[in-house]
Write a protein that binds this ligand. Structure first.
Ligand SMILES: Cc1cc2nc3c(=O)[nH]c(=O)nc-3n(C[C@H](O)[C@H](O)[C@H](O)COP(=O)(O)OP(=O)(O)OC[C@H]3O[C@@H](n4cnc5c(N)ncnc54)[C@H](O)[C@@H]3O)c2cc1C
Length: 466
């Protein structure tokens, strides 16, 4: 049976049960707790298997201290208008997100997050994407420590399985979870908040909703199995935008971040024959929006190689300590040998690129004038400062984009828009922020998770309950 019966005995109870202790779950739990609700978090892993730890880009916020320091005038309204235009997503969901995110930024700072730089993210008209010190892993630590300092009850190794509904009212009053082989029943006096992330590690669901992505390697946490999606759909939850995905470049066993993505950081992208195949500093090849299509059309394996020199690497230092890149050499020819590329071919590519920039100030082959999407104010630079670096990348599936249908309060609704009482969703599990044929609004997934987590925790704590 897809829904559990009301049990005779409960193994735990709280006002609010949060399912998943990640990017959205911990903000939801802390917010509900701070409003006086008792909270239990059920987390399948032994820690925090959050994709927040893996993020490559920044998180967009408006009205930040970093924007003000640089004289950038921005507002929730500006973010709202841009986001709806780029994404085609539900204006009510974007309005709620835009209106709350400034408070979320201040809240993150108040619990220890340290903003470091403000960047221009692809698809945004203004520089508002905040890179925090220590990036994703540091943000995870900040959230974990904030939850621990409040002694929030987190039950690790509890895999939530099925929702429990009141048979008369249909209200969600609890959830079952598997722990050490046994089924445990948790009563939610006010609400259950689902924050289990996406489903890109569950091939069966990917094949059902996005069969064209099924051959791509998923880089999401293994726990992104779509558990929350399944349990909510089992009781009639609606869905929104299922079948959309983000497929960025991911390094094959090397350091990550902007240096990897040549089009962001300033390097060039070549194929297995050492040849460029487009203008790396455009929205199309420099970011996620069309890159997977371009790379896969060019080489069905999705392989593409980023090449940079020391000057580019200095502009895009990896955060914290990282291992030395796998491919590093003092000459382009030696780098090519390491990569298994014909040295003459790669040298010819780099020489042509450098010669154009030297003579004309831009690359004539693909019309590249800009250094990269992360450096919109800088002109393209020659690659002539050894040592040279390379990263082999594959097009991967980080996250599917659609999910459960929610309203602006993060309440899960059915396909007719009616609220399922006592049930909320926040973060990647929630759909509605993009619709075909529009684009991913870069960085929205982390700001979505933080912000919807805060909204859901807030509203759920105020529920009158069963
Ligand atoms: C490689 C990579 C790079 C990314 N880069 C960016 C980026 O640059 N910018 C951006 O905005 N977004 C990025 N994203 C996406 C973004 O990180 C996620 O969308 C966001 O962090 C998801 O937050 P969440 O709370 O929904 O899920 P998570 O933070 O992943 O948390 C989900 C939690 O639920 C737990 N869980 C799952 N199932 C169960 C269950 N049945 N019972 C109990 N617990 C369960 C999991 O273990 C996990 O701890 C990236 C994702 C990946 C994978």
């Amino acid at each position: 049976m897809s829904v559990s019966k009301v049990p005779k005995k409960w193994d735990g109870e709280a006002d609010v049960i949060v399912v998943g202790g990640g990017n959205a779950g911990l903000p939801a739990a802390i917010t509900a707790y701070d409003k006086g609700a008792s909270v239990i978090v059920l987390e399948v892993s032994g820690g925090m298997a959050s994709s927040l730890a893996m993020i490559a880009g920044g998180t967009p916020f408006t009205g930040t201290d970093l924007q003000k320091a640089e004289g950038i005038k921005d507002s929730p309204d500006q973010l709202y208008k841009e986001a709806v235009k780029v994404s085609g997503g539900d204006p009510k969901l974007w309005r709620a997100l835009a209106d709350r995110q400034e408070e979320v930024y201040e809240w993150l700072k108040s619990i220890g997050a340290k903003p470091e730089r403000v960047l221009l993210a692809p698809g945004h008209l203004l520089r508002r994407s905040i890179k925090f010190e220590g990036h994703g892993p540091a943000l995870c630590k900040v959230l974990r420590e904030a939850a621990a300092s409040k002694k929030i009850d987190i039950r690790y190794h509890h895999r939530a399985e099925k929702l429990i509904q009141d048979p008369d009212s249909g209200r969600v009053i609890g959830i079952t979870a598997k722990h050490e082989g046994k089924t445990k029943n948790f009563r939610a006096k006010k609400a259950v908040i689902l924050t289990t992330g996406g489903f890109s590690q569950n091939l069966a669901i990917v094949k059902e909703f996005g069969p064209h992505f099924a051959d791509l390697v998923s880089t999401a946490p293994k726990t992104h199995q779509g558990d929350g999606l399944k349990m909510a759909m089992a009781i009639g939850a609606g869905t929104d935008g299922l079948g959309l995905a983000v497929c960025p470049s991911m390094p094959v066993g090397a350091e990550t971040l902007q240096f990897v993505n040549a089009g962001l950081g300033g390097g060039i992208t070549v194929d297995k024959d050492g040849k460029r195949f487009g203008n790396e500093a455009t929205e199309e090849l420099g970011t996620y929006t069309e890159k997977h299509k371009i790379c896969l059309d060019h080489d069905p394996t999705g392989l593409h190689i980023s090449i940079a020199d020391q000057a580019i690497r200095d502009l895009n230092p990896p955060p914290g300590k990282t291992k030395e890149p796998i491919y590093k050499a003092n000459t382009i020819e030696d780098l090519a040998k390491q990569l298994g590329i014909d040295p003459k071919a790669l040298k010819k590519t780099v020489d042509e690129y450098n010669s154009d920039i030297e003579k004309y100030g831009y690359d004539r082959k693909y019309g590249r004038r800009l250094l990269g999407m992360a450096w919109p104010e800088k002109p393209v630079m020659k690659l002539d400062t050894p040592p040279y670096y390379a990263v082999k990348n594959k097009i991967c599936l980080t996250s599917m984009k659609g999910g459960l249908r929610i309203n602006a309060k993060c309440q899960i609704v059915d396909q007719y828009g009616d609220v399922i009482p006592g049930l909320y969703a926040a973060g990647e599990i929630a759909g509605g922020l993009e619709r075909i044929p529009h684009h991913y609004y870069t960085g929205r997934m982390t700001v979505q998770a933080f912000t919807q987590g805060r909204i859901a925790g807030d509203v759920a704590a105020d529920e009158v309950g069963a």
